[in-house]
Ligand binder design. Sequence first.
Ligand SMILES: Nc1ncnc2c1ncn2[C@@H]1O[C@H](COP(=O)(O)OP(=O)(O)O)[C@@H](O)[C@H]1O
Ligand SMILES: [Mg+2]
Length: 309
Amino acid sequence: MIIQTINLTKRYGKLVALNNLHLDIEEGECFGYIGPNGAGKTTTIKILATLLQPTWGEARVCGHVVGYESSKIRPLIGYVPDFFGAYEDMVVQEYLEFFASAYNIQGAQRTRVVGDVLELTDLAYKRDSLVDGLSRGMKQRLSVARVLLHDPKVLLLDEPASGLDPRARIEMRELLKELWRMGKTIVISSHILHELAELCTTIGIIEQGELLFHGSLEEAVRRARMGTRVLIRVLEQQDLAAQLIEKHESVKKIEINNGYIVAELDDDVHDFSSLAQLLLANKFRINEIKEEEVNLETAFMRLTKGIVQ
Ligand SMILES: Nc1ncnc2c1ncn2[C@@H]1O[C@H](COP(=O)(O)OP(=O)(O)O)[C@@H](O)[C@H]1O
Ligand SMILES: [Mg+2]
Protein backbone atom coordinates (compact mmCIF):
# COMPACT_ATOMS: atom_id res chain seq x y z
CA MET A 1 0.00 0.00 0.00
CA ILE A 2 1.64 3.22 -1.08
CA ILE A 3 -0.90 5.45 0.65
CA GLN A 4 -2.90 4.47 3.68
CA THR A 5 -4.99 6.46 6.10
CA ILE A 6 -6.36 4.98 9.29
CA ASN A 7 -9.10 6.80 11.18
CA LEU A 8 -7.77 9.98 9.65
CA THR A 9 -9.58 12.86 11.29
CA LYS A 10 -9.08 16.57 10.83
CA ARG A 11 -10.91 19.27 12.71
CA TYR A 12 -10.76 22.97 12.19
CA GLY A 13 -12.10 24.16 15.54
CA LYS A 14 -15.51 22.52 15.79
CA LEU A 15 -15.78 21.72 12.12
CA VAL A 16 -14.97 18.11 11.30
CA ALA A 17 -13.36 18.26 7.87
CA LEU A 18 -12.33 14.58 7.80
CA ASN A 19 -14.11 11.98 9.84
CA ASN A 20 -12.29 8.67 10.47
CA LEU A 21 -11.20 8.34 6.89
CA HIS A 22 -9.86 4.98 5.73
CA LEU A 23 -8.19 5.19 2.39
CA ASP A 24 -5.96 2.60 0.73
CA ILE A 25 -4.18 3.34 -2.50
CA GLU A 26 -1.95 0.78 -4.16
CA GLU A 27 1.26 1.56 -5.96
CA GLY A 28 0.62 2.27 -9.65
CA GLU A 29 -2.98 3.35 -9.20
CA CYS A 30 -4.44 6.48 -10.62
CA PHE A 31 -6.86 7.38 -7.85
CA GLY A 32 -9.62 9.90 -8.54
CA TYR A 33 -10.72 11.70 -5.40
CA ILE A 34 -14.15 13.10 -6.05
CA GLY A 35 -16.46 15.21 -3.98
CA PRO A 36 -18.30 18.51 -3.96
CA ASN A 37 -16.69 21.70 -2.69
CA GLY A 38 -15.99 21.57 1.03
CA ALA A 39 -15.97 17.74 1.11
CA GLY A 40 -12.43 17.51 2.49
CA LYS A 41 -10.36 16.77 -0.62
CA THR A 42 -7.81 19.54 -0.16
CA THR A 43 -7.49 18.73 3.52
CA THR A 44 -6.72 15.08 2.74
CA ILE A 45 -4.23 15.94 0.02
CA LYS A 46 -2.48 18.52 2.21
CA ILE A 47 -2.10 15.95 4.96
CA LEU A 48 -0.63 13.45 2.49
CA ALA A 49 1.69 16.20 1.29
CA THR A 50 2.81 16.64 4.93
CA LEU A 51 1.60 20.24 5.00
CA LEU A 52 -1.11 19.64 7.59
CA GLN A 53 -1.17 17.47 10.69
CA PRO A 54 -4.08 15.13 11.41
CA THR A 55 -6.10 15.92 14.53
CA TRP A 56 -6.01 12.21 15.17
CA GLY A 57 -5.62 9.03 13.22
CA GLU A 58 -2.77 8.34 10.88
CA ALA A 59 -1.70 8.86 7.30
CA ARG A 60 1.14 6.91 5.73
CA VAL A 61 2.88 7.55 2.47
CA CYS A 62 5.30 4.87 1.23
CA GLY A 63 5.15 3.41 4.72
CA HIS A 64 6.20 6.63 6.46
CA VAL A 65 3.90 8.33 8.94
CA VAL A 66 2.93 11.94 8.23
CA GLY A 67 4.09 14.13 11.08
CA TYR A 68 6.72 11.76 12.43
CA GLU A 69 8.57 10.97 9.24
CA SER A 70 7.55 13.86 7.02
CA SER A 71 11.11 14.50 5.89
CA LYS A 72 11.24 10.97 4.47
CA ILE A 73 7.96 11.50 2.65
CA ARG A 74 8.76 14.81 0.95
CA PRO A 75 11.36 13.51 -1.53
CA LEU A 76 8.91 10.79 -2.59
CA ILE A 77 5.97 13.02 -3.45
CA GLY A 78 5.14 15.80 -5.84
CA TYR A 79 2.32 18.06 -4.67
CA VAL A 80 0.48 20.36 -7.07
CA PRO A 81 -1.73 22.71 -5.03
CA ASP A 82 -4.99 24.15 -6.28
CA PHE A 83 -3.49 27.62 -6.77
CA PHE A 84 -0.50 28.98 -8.62
CA GLY A 85 1.62 31.62 -6.89
CA ALA A 86 2.92 34.67 -8.70
CA TYR A 87 6.48 34.64 -10.02
CA GLU A 88 7.01 37.95 -11.71
CA ASP A 89 9.98 38.48 -13.96
CA MET A 90 10.93 34.82 -14.09
CA VAL A 91 11.03 32.88 -17.30
CA VAL A 92 9.99 29.23 -17.46
CA GLN A 93 13.52 27.84 -17.58
CA GLU A 94 14.69 29.95 -14.60
CA TYR A 95 11.61 28.99 -12.66
CA LEU A 96 12.36 25.29 -13.04
CA GLU A 97 16.08 25.74 -12.36
CA PHE A 98 15.19 27.62 -9.20
CA PHE A 99 13.12 24.69 -7.94
CA ALA A 100 15.68 22.15 -9.10
CA SER A 101 18.26 23.93 -6.96
CA ALA A 102 15.87 23.78 -4.05
CA TYR A 103 15.87 20.00 -4.52
CA ASN A 104 19.65 20.11 -4.63
CA ILE A 105 19.88 19.20 -8.28
CA GLN A 106 22.94 21.02 -9.64
CA GLY A 107 25.16 21.57 -12.68
CA ALA A 108 24.82 19.46 -15.80
CA GLN A 109 22.26 17.22 -14.13
CA ARG A 110 20.07 20.25 -13.52
CA THR A 111 20.20 21.32 -17.16
CA ARG A 112 19.32 17.81 -18.24
CA VAL A 113 16.47 17.34 -15.76
CA VAL A 114 14.93 20.73 -16.57
CA GLY A 115 15.18 19.93 -20.28
CA ASP A 116 13.50 16.56 -19.73
CA VAL A 117 10.53 17.88 -17.78
CA LEU A 118 10.07 20.72 -20.28
CA GLU A 119 9.81 18.12 -23.05
CA LEU A 120 7.53 15.89 -21.06
CA THR A 121 5.11 18.68 -20.21
CA ASP A 122 5.23 20.14 -23.71
CA LEU A 123 6.65 23.44 -22.54
CA ALA A 124 10.05 23.35 -24.21
CA TYR A 125 8.98 25.99 -26.73
CA LYS A 126 8.04 28.29 -23.84
CA ARG A 127 11.34 28.04 -21.97
CA ASP A 128 12.15 31.73 -22.49
CA SER A 129 8.63 33.04 -21.81
CA LEU A 130 7.69 34.85 -18.64
CA VAL A 131 5.84 32.59 -16.23
CA ASP A 132 3.21 35.21 -15.52
CA GLY A 133 2.46 35.54 -19.22
CA LEU A 134 1.56 31.85 -19.65
CA SER A 135 -2.02 30.71 -20.16
CA ARG A 136 -3.68 28.99 -17.25
CA GLY A 137 -3.30 25.61 -18.91
CA MET A 138 0.43 26.16 -19.39
CA LYS A 139 0.81 27.35 -15.81
CA GLN A 140 -0.85 24.16 -14.64
CA ARG A 141 1.51 22.07 -16.76
CA LEU A 142 4.41 24.08 -15.37
CA SER A 143 3.20 23.27 -11.85
CA VAL A 144 3.33 19.60 -12.80
CA ALA A 145 6.77 20.07 -14.39
CA ARG A 146 8.00 21.61 -11.15
CA VAL A 147 7.04 18.59 -9.05
CA LEU A 148 8.60 16.15 -11.53
CA LEU A 149 12.11 17.54 -11.13
CA HIS A 150 13.02 15.24 -8.25
CA ASP A 151 11.33 12.24 -9.91
CA PRO A 152 8.82 11.44 -7.13
CA LYS A 153 6.95 8.14 -6.89
CA VAL A 154 3.64 9.72 -5.94
CA LEU A 155 1.91 12.72 -7.47
CA LEU A 156 -0.74 14.54 -5.45
CA LEU A 157 -2.76 16.87 -7.64
CA ASP A 158 -5.48 19.08 -6.22
CA GLU A 159 -8.05 19.91 -8.90
CA PRO A 160 -5.43 20.43 -11.60
CA ALA A 161 -8.04 20.88 -14.32
CA SER A 162 -10.20 23.47 -12.61
CA GLY A 163 -10.55 26.67 -14.58
CA LEU A 164 -9.04 25.17 -17.72
CA ASP A 165 -10.67 25.36 -21.12
CA PRO A 166 -11.62 22.04 -22.76
CA ARG A 167 -8.48 21.80 -24.82
CA ALA A 168 -6.20 22.49 -21.86
CA ARG A 169 -8.13 19.90 -19.87
CA ILE A 170 -7.44 17.27 -22.50
CA GLU A 171 -3.76 18.22 -22.58
CA MET A 172 -3.57 17.94 -18.81
CA ARG A 173 -5.30 14.55 -18.92
CA GLU A 174 -2.91 13.26 -21.58
CA LEU A 175 0.06 14.45 -19.54
CA LEU A 176 -1.20 12.68 -16.43
CA LYS A 177 -1.87 9.50 -18.42
CA GLU A 178 1.69 9.62 -19.66
CA LEU A 179 3.02 10.03 -16.12
CA TRP A 180 0.87 7.15 -14.96
CA ARG A 181 2.24 4.96 -17.77
CA MET A 182 5.72 5.89 -16.57
CA GLY A 183 4.82 4.19 -13.31
CA LYS A 184 3.86 7.08 -11.04
CA THR A 185 1.11 6.61 -8.52
CA ILE A 186 -1.34 9.47 -8.99
CA VAL A 187 -3.90 10.97 -6.65
CA ILE A 188 -6.04 13.56 -8.37
CA SER A 189 -9.01 15.40 -6.96
CA SER A 190 -11.95 16.92 -8.77
CA HIS A 191 -15.53 17.90 -8.12
CA ILE A 192 -16.44 16.69 -11.61
CA LEU A 193 -16.66 12.94 -11.99
CA HIS A 194 -16.53 12.65 -15.77
CA GLU A 195 -13.33 14.63 -15.83
CA LEU A 196 -11.61 11.70 -14.16
CA ALA A 197 -13.51 8.91 -15.86
CA GLU A 198 -11.04 8.35 -18.65
CA LEU A 199 -8.01 8.61 -16.48
CA CYS A 200 -8.50 6.86 -13.19
CA THR A 201 -8.17 3.20 -12.26
CA THR A 202 -10.09 3.68 -9.02
CA ILE A 203 -12.18 6.41 -7.51
CA GLY A 204 -13.15 7.50 -4.04
CA ILE A 205 -16.18 9.63 -3.41
CA ILE A 206 -16.02 11.87 -0.38
CA GLU A 207 -18.69 14.04 1.14
CA GLN A 208 -18.57 15.99 4.38
CA GLY A 209 -15.37 14.28 5.39
CA GLU A 210 -16.68 10.74 4.89
CA LEU A 211 -15.74 8.31 2.18
CA LEU A 212 -19.00 7.17 0.57
CA PHE A 213 -17.51 4.91 -2.03
CA HIS A 214 -14.17 3.41 -2.97
CA GLY A 215 -13.76 1.17 -5.99
CA SER A 216 -13.74 1.10 -9.76
CA LEU A 217 -15.66 3.55 -11.85
CA GLU A 218 -17.77 0.73 -13.31
CA GLU A 219 -18.74 -0.37 -9.84
CA ALA A 220 -19.74 3.19 -8.92
CA VAL A 221 -21.95 3.49 -11.97
CA ARG A 222 -23.45 0.06 -11.39
CA ARG A 223 -24.37 0.91 -7.82
CA ALA A 224 -25.78 4.28 -8.76
CA ARG A 225 -27.76 2.84 -11.64
CA MET A 226 -30.26 0.70 -9.69
CA GLY A 227 -33.02 -0.57 -11.99
CA THR A 228 -33.25 0.29 -15.67
CA ARG A 229 -35.43 3.32 -16.31
CA VAL A 230 -37.44 3.50 -19.51
CA LEU A 231 -38.71 6.76 -20.99
CA ILE A 232 -41.94 6.50 -22.99
CA ARG A 233 -43.95 9.03 -24.94
CA VAL A 234 -47.33 8.24 -26.48
CA LEU A 235 -49.28 10.45 -28.88
CA GLU A 236 -52.42 10.65 -26.78
CA GLN A 237 -54.01 9.40 -23.56
CA GLN A 238 -50.79 9.45 -21.61
CA ASP A 239 -52.57 8.87 -18.28
CA LEU A 240 -54.22 5.70 -19.51
CA ALA A 241 -50.93 4.45 -20.95
CA ALA A 242 -49.23 5.14 -17.63
CA GLN A 243 -51.89 3.13 -15.78
CA LEU A 244 -51.39 0.25 -18.16
CA ILE A 245 -47.61 0.27 -17.82
CA GLU A 246 -47.82 0.43 -14.07
CA LYS A 247 -49.58 -2.95 -14.09
CA HIS A 248 -46.79 -4.61 -16.10
CA GLU A 249 -45.09 -7.36 -14.07
CA SER A 250 -41.55 -5.97 -14.51
CA VAL A 251 -42.39 -2.40 -13.62
CA LYS A 252 -41.47 -1.36 -10.12
CA LYS A 253 -42.86 2.15 -10.27
CA ILE A 254 -43.74 4.90 -12.68
CA GLU A 255 -43.71 8.66 -12.72
CA ILE A 256 -44.46 11.39 -15.23
CA ASN A 257 -41.49 13.58 -15.94
CA ASN A 258 -40.86 16.16 -18.65
CA GLY A 259 -43.67 14.80 -20.79
CA TYR A 260 -42.37 11.24 -20.50
CA ILE A 261 -43.80 8.30 -18.66
CA VAL A 262 -40.81 7.04 -16.71
CA ALA A 263 -41.00 3.36 -15.83
CA GLU A 264 -38.48 1.93 -13.42
CA LEU A 265 -37.98 -1.79 -14.02
CA ASP A 266 -37.16 -4.47 -11.48
CA ASP A 267 -33.46 -4.69 -10.70
CA ASP A 268 -32.65 -7.68 -12.89
CA VAL A 269 -34.77 -6.65 -15.89
CA HIS A 270 -33.16 -4.77 -18.76
CA ASP A 271 -35.29 -5.74 -21.75
CA PHE A 272 -38.23 -3.42 -22.17
CA SER A 273 -39.62 -4.65 -25.50
CA SER A 274 -42.62 -6.19 -23.74
CA LEU A 275 -43.65 -2.70 -22.60
CA ALA A 276 -43.83 -1.59 -26.22
CA GLN A 277 -45.81 -4.72 -27.13
CA LEU A 278 -48.24 -4.09 -24.30
CA LEU A 279 -48.87 -0.52 -25.47
CA LEU A 280 -49.28 -1.53 -29.10
CA ALA A 281 -51.62 -4.38 -28.21
CA ASN A 282 -53.78 -1.80 -26.47
CA LYS A 283 -53.74 0.51 -29.50
CA PHE A 284 -51.56 3.22 -28.02
CA ARG A 285 -49.45 5.07 -30.55
CA ILE A 286 -45.86 5.19 -29.34
CA ASN A 287 -43.86 8.25 -30.19
CA GLU A 288 -40.70 7.32 -28.39
CA ILE A 289 -39.43 4.58 -26.11
CA LYS A 290 -35.86 4.46 -24.87
CA GLU A 291 -33.72 3.65 -21.90
CA GLU A 292 -32.71 6.58 -19.74
CA GLU A 293 -29.02 7.22 -20.03
CA VAL A 294 -27.27 7.05 -16.72
CA ASN A 295 -24.51 9.50 -17.20
CA LEU A 296 -21.70 9.93 -14.75
CA GLU A 297 -23.13 13.14 -13.39
CA THR A 298 -26.36 11.39 -12.43
CA ALA A 299 -24.40 8.52 -10.92
CA PHE A 300 -22.32 10.95 -8.92
CA MET A 301 -25.34 12.86 -7.68
CA ARG A 302 -26.99 9.64 -6.54
CA LEU A 303 -23.87 8.39 -4.81
CA THR A 304 -23.23 11.67 -3.04
CA LYS A 305 -26.83 12.02 -1.96
CA GLY A 306 -26.40 8.79 -0.11
CA ILE A 307 -29.17 7.13 -2.13
CA VAL A 308 -26.89 4.12 -2.55
CA GLN A 309 -24.33 2.93 -0.09
N1 LIG B 1 -7.95 26.46 7.33
C1 LIG B 1 -9.23 26.17 7.55
N2 LIG B 1 -9.89 26.66 8.63
C2 LIG B 1 -11.17 26.36 8.88
N3 LIG B 1 -11.93 25.57 8.08
C3 LIG B 1 -11.35 25.06 6.98
C4 LIG B 1 -9.97 25.34 6.66
N4 LIG B 1 -9.68 24.68 5.52
C5 LIG B 1 -10.79 24.04 5.14
N5 LIG B 1 -11.80 24.25 6.02
C6 LIG B 1 -13.16 23.67 5.96
O1 LIG B 1 -13.01 22.26 5.93
C7 LIG B 1 -13.94 21.66 5.04
C8 LIG B 1 -13.19 20.87 4.00
O2 LIG B 1 -12.48 21.76 3.18
P1 LIG B 1 -11.54 21.29 1.97
O3 LIG B 1 -10.64 20.20 2.45
O4 LIG B 1 -10.91 22.51 1.41
O5 LIG B 1 -12.61 20.68 0.95
P2 LIG B 1 -12.53 20.50 -0.64
O6 LIG B 1 -11.12 20.59 -1.05
O7 LIG B 1 -13.15 19.15 -0.88
O8 LIG B 1 -13.36 21.58 -1.23
C9 LIG B 1 -14.77 22.79 4.48
O9 LIG B 1 -15.95 22.90 5.24
C10 LIG B 1 -13.88 24.01 4.68
O10 LIG B 1 -14.67 25.18 4.81
MG1 LIG C 1 -10.25 21.81 -2.46
